[in-house]
Design a protein around this ligand. Structure first.
Ligand SMILES: Cc1ncc(COP(=O)(O)O)c(C=O)c1O
Length: 323
C-alpha cells in the first residue's frame, strides 16, 4: 500500500513548472517553484513544521504547550497545520491588513486569531510582533516561534528548498529570485545554492515602502510606507536576512505585482497572490538581460485562493485603484 502517515509528510518536494506565455519573446528558461502545492498551500509549511520539530527536540516545546506567533498569515497556517496534527494549541497574531481567507483558514485549523491594527508602528505594544511576544510571555511554558529571528527558518530552506532546486535543475540554475518577508526562504536557499555554485545570482524582491532594498544598498533604513502586497517586505531588519548572499534587491510596485499575479493565473494557470506576482515581475525583468543558457527559478509563495476577496476580486481592485 502507498500512503503517507499524516499531511506533514507532504511538505516540500514541490515541482518546478516552466512559464510559457507571460515570458513571450524572452530567451531564458523560467521555472516556477510551486510552493502553493504544499499541504497548507504556501512556502511557510516548511518552517511551520520545522520550527516545531526543532523546539520539540530542544525541549522548548512540551506536550500541552501553546504555540504563539506573529505572522502575515502563511507561517501561522504552517504552524497551525503542524499543531493540529501534533495536538498543540496555537495563538496567531496578525494585522488588520491580512485577508479574511487567511483568518478563517487559521480558525478552521483550530487556531486562536488575534488581530491588531495595521497602522501600529514597531514601537507600539499593538505592533503584531510585540503583541505576540507579550501573549507568549503571559502564558507559562508557551513557545514563541519568532520566525523573524529563529535560525531554523532559513535552516529548513538550506536543508530542503535549496537541494530540491539544485537537483531538479541538475545544477543548471543560474538565477534564484524570491521575495523577502522574514528572509528565511531567500537566505537558506541562497546559502545552499552558493555553496554548490557561487556564480548563481540571488535576487531579492521588495515592495516599495519596505526597507530591505535601501538597507542592502546604503546600510540605512528608508522611510516606511504602506503597500498592498501581503507577506513580504518589512519595517525593520532581522538577523536572518543574509544580505551578503543576496546579489541585489529590486523594487516592484503594487500595481505591477497584482496585475502579474492575475496574468500568471489567467495565462499560465498558476493561481497565486501578489507576492508571487511581484517575484515573477523581477524574474521577467532579469530575463530581458539574459540569453538562452540562463535558468531562472522563482518561488510561487502561496495560492490565489487566499486572496479571492482581494487581488482576484474586481471590486477590491477598483477600490484600490489597480484597475
Ligand atoms: C505570501 C508570502 N510570500 C512570501 C513570503 C516571504 O517569505 P520569507 O519570510 O521566507 O522571506 C511570505 C512570508 O510571510 C509570504 O507570506
Amino acid at each position: 500500500m502507498k500512503y503517507y502517515n499524516n499531511v506533514l509528510e507532504l511538505i516540500g518536494k514541490t515541482p518546478l513548472v516552466k512559464l510559457n506565455k507571460v515570458n513571450k519573446g524572452l530567451k531564458p528558461l523560467i521555472l516556477a517553484k510551486m510552493e502553493s502545492l504544499n499541504p497548507g498551500a504556501s512556502v511557510k509549511d516548511r518552517i511551520g513544521w520545522y520550527m516545531i520539530e526543532a523546539a520539540e527536540k530542544s525541549g522548548e516545546l512540551k506536550p500541552g504547550s501553546t504555540i504563539v506567533e506573529a505572522t502575515s498569515g502563511n507561517t501561522g497556517i504552517g504552524l497551525a497545520l503542524t499543531a493540529a496534527v501534533k495536538g498543540y494549541k496555537c495563538i496567531i497574531v496578525m494585522t488588520s491588513k491580512i485577508s479574511m481567507e487567511k483568518r478563517n483558514y487559521l480558525k478552521a485549523l483550530g487556531a486562536e486569531v488575534v488581530i491588531v491594527p495595521r497602522e501600529a508602528p514597531p514601537d507600539s505594544p499593538d505592533y503584531y510582533q510585540n503583541k505576540a511576544k507579550a501573549i507568549a510571555d503571559s502564558i507559562p511554558g508557551s513557545f514563541y516561534a519568532n520566525q523573524y529571528e529563529n535560525p531554523n527558518n532559513p535552516m529548513i530552506h538550506y536543508l530542503t528548498t535549496g537541494p530540491e532546486i539544485w537537483e531538479d535543475t541538475e545544477g543548471k540554475i543560474t538565477h534564484f529570485i524570491a521575495g523577502i518577508g522574514t528572509g528565511g526562504t531567500i537566505s537558506g536557499t541562497a546559502k545552499y545554492l552558493k555553496e554548490k555554485n557561487p556564480n548563481i545570482k540571488i535576487i531579492g524582491t521588495d515592495p516599495i515602502g519596505s526597507v530591505y532594498k535601501s538597507y542592502k544598498e546604503t546600510g540605512k533604513l528608508s522611510e516606511i510606507a504602506p503597500y498592498l502586497i501581503e507577506g513580504v517586505g518589512s519595517e525593520n531588519i532581522t538577523s536572518i536576512v543574509y544580505f551578503d548572499l543576496i546579489d541585489k534587491i529590486v523594487n516592484i510596485t503594487d500595481k505591477e505585482s497584482i496585475l502579474m499575479c492575475r496574468r500568471l493565473t489567467k495565462e499560465e494557470g498558476i493561481f497565486c497572490g501578489s507576492s508571487t506576482g511581484m517575484i515573477a515581475c523581477a524574474a521577467l525583468n532579469e530575463a530581458k538581460e539574459l540569453g538562452e543558457d540562463a535558468v531562472i527559478v522563482f518561488t510561487v509563495c502561496d495560492t490565489g485562493e487566499r486572496y479571492l476577496t482581494k487581488y482576484h476580486n474586481e471590486e477590491w481592485l477598483k477600490e484600490n485603484n489597480i484597475i
